[in-house]
Design a protein around this ligand. Structure first.
Ligand code: ATR
Length: 287
C-alpha cells in the first residue's frame, strides 16, 4: 500500500473514506485500499472520526473537497439522509444510508449492507433463495436491511423472532408489502423449527468477548439447515460451532462486510470489486 500512495497521490486522486464515531477499529481503509491497489486505481480511502454535531459540516466537506464517495457508519446512518440530494429506494425503505456517491456534486445515498449480505449468502452458502423458509433472529437496524434484501429473492416466508417481540412485529409490518414477512414469538420457534431452511442471527449475541453466548439452540432443527451469523469476530460464533458439529452448513459475517464494501467500491469506481483481495486483507488483519 505504501507504493500505491507514494507514487500516485496527486490532485487527481479519487478521494474516498468512511465517517463514524467511533472509527478507530474500522477495517474499511485496509479493505478498500487493498482493492484500489489491486486494480491499479488512483484513489485513496481514509477513516475519519466525525462526531454527531459535526456531521453536517462533514457532508459539506465531501461536496467542497470533491470526495467521490464515503461510507457512513454508526451513529450517522440515519441522520445523514436529509443532508443528501437523493436517497435510493432500498435505503429509504431500510431507513439507513451506509454509502454515498458524489456524482458531479450530487450526493446520492445507498444502503449496501442488506444486498451485500444477500450476495455473500448466495455466493458462499445457497445460490438460490427462492421458496426458502428463513428464520431471522433480531429486529434491529441490521435485521431491517437484511430482511428487505431477502424479500427481493422471493423466499416462501421470512419469520422474525426477537427478544422484544414488539420490534419484530413492527419490522414485519413495515416490510410486509415486499414479501411474506411474519413476526414470531421466541417460544413459537418450537412449532416451526423443523420447517426452517436458513437461520440468520442478526443480534450481537455471541460477539467478542461474549463468545460462548448463543441466540438460539439448534435442537430440533433439521441438520440440512444453513446457519448464518452476521458476526465476524469471532469468525465461528457459538451458534456456528453448534451448527458445524451437527453437520449443518455455516455462513459467517465476514462476507457481508466484504460485499457491502464491494458494492460501494463498484458504485464509486465503476469497476468489478476484487472481492477475494478484499476478503484476504480483512482476514489477515483479524488473525
Ligand atoms: P443493529 O443495528 O446491530 O441491529 P440494534 O438496532 O441495537 O443493532 O439491534 C440489536 C438487536 O440485537 C436487537 O434485535 C436486540 O434485541 P432487542 O430488540 O430485544 O433489544 C438484539 N439483542 C441485543 N442483545 C441481546 C441479548 N442479550 N439477547 C437477545 N437479543 C439481543
Amino acid at each position: 500500500m505504501g507504493d500505491h500512495l507514494v507514487n500516485r497521490i496527486s490532485s487527481e486522486t479519487m478521494l474516498l473514506g468512511v465517517i463514524g464515531d467511533p472509527i478507530r477499529q474500522s477495517k474499511s481503509p485496509l479493505m478498500h485500499n487493498s482493492a484500489l491497489q489491486a486494480l491499479g486505481l488512483d484513489g485513496v480511502y481514509t477513516a475519519m472520526h466525525v462526531l454527531p454535531d459535526k456531521l453536517e459540516d462533514a457532508i459539506r466537506g465531501v461536496r467542497a473537497l470533491g470526495y467521490r464517495g464515503i461510507n457512513v457508519t454508526i451513529p450517522h446512518k440515519l441522520d445523514v439522509m436529509p443532508l443528501l440530494d437523493e436517497v435510493d429506494k432500498g435505503a429509504r425503505v431500510i431507513g439507513a444510508v451506509n454509502t454515498i456517491v458524489n456524482d458531479n456534486g450530487k450526493l446520492i445515498g445507498y444502503n449496501t449492507d442488506g444486498i451485500g449480505y444477500v450476495r455473500s449468502l448466495r455466493e458462499e452458502a445457497e445460490s438460490d433463495l427462492r421458496g426458502k423458509r428463513i428464520l431471522v433472529i433480531g429486529a434491529g437496524g441490521a435485521a431491517r436491511g437484511i430482511v428487505y434484501a431477502l424479500t427481493q429473492e422471493s423466499p416462501e416466508v421470512i419469520w422474525i423472532a426477537n427478544r422484544t417481540v414488539e420490534r419484530a412485529v413492527e419490522l414485519a409490518a413495515d416490510l410486509q408489502s415486499y414479501g411474506n414477512v411474519q413476526a414470531i414469538e421466541l417460544e413459537r420457534i418450537l412449532d416451526i423449527r423443523s420447517n426452517v431452511d436458513i437461520v440468520i442471527n442478526t443480534t450481537s449475541v455471541g460477539m467478542f468477548p461474549h463468545v460462548d453466548a448463543s441466540p438460539l439452540s439448534l435442537e430440533g432443527f433439521r441438520t440440512d439447515l444453513i446457519v448464518s451469523d452476521l458476526i465476524y469476530n469471532p469468525l465461528e460464533t457459538a451458534i456456528l460451532r453448534e451448527a458445524r458439529l451437527r453437520g449443518s452448513r455455516t455462513h459467517c459475517g465476514l462476507g457481508m462486510f466484504v460485499y457491502q464494501g464491494a458494492y460501494a467500491f463498484e458504485y464509486w469506481t465503476g469497476r468489478a470489486a476484487p472481492v477475494e483481495v478484499m476478503r484476504q486483507a480483512v482476514l489477515q488483519s483479524l488473525k
